[in-house]
Design a protein around this ligand. Sequence first.
Ligand code: S3P
Length: 164
Amino acid sequence: MKITLIGFMGSGKSTIAKKLSEKLNLKLIEMDKMIEKKAGKTIKGIFAQEGEIAFRQMEIDFAKEYKNADNVVISAGGGVVMNKIILDYFKENNGKVIFLNTCFDEIVKRIGHDSSRPLFQDIQKAKELFDFRQNLYKNYADITIETDQKEIFQLIKEISMKIN
Ligand code: S3P
């Protein structure tokens, strides 16, 4: 089984991927962390020193490297929908892509003060990016999960039911 969680920054991908991996006994893979490890610097550092285009290429490389992964839950970066090829790689090996749909207000509450996300420093710009990506997430995903007003245990239950 290969499951990938996509969604905007702050939609809960990491938290849910961790719980899901425990429940389904799958290996947890944090895309951002793997990229940071390989690059030897933080996401913020990569954006500042090498720029967003270089970072997007690292995302493509990651997805390609893991295209045949099995028994994994991948928590993807929020920007993977900017390159369709990444989604194609995620879907290889019978991969299921799950979109966690969270409203923008909730996202601001969660990460509005976080300085580690280069693309969430200006709320207005982040909202534009959110609006722009919304359809991409929906269209690329095999399954969409509405997360608003739901507890984690409910989300895990819902996802487990929908992937079977
Ligand atoms: C990004 C999302 C971040 C990280 C980078 C770019 C984006 O991941 O990959 O800052 O373009 O939405 P999270 O969604 O895990 O915060």
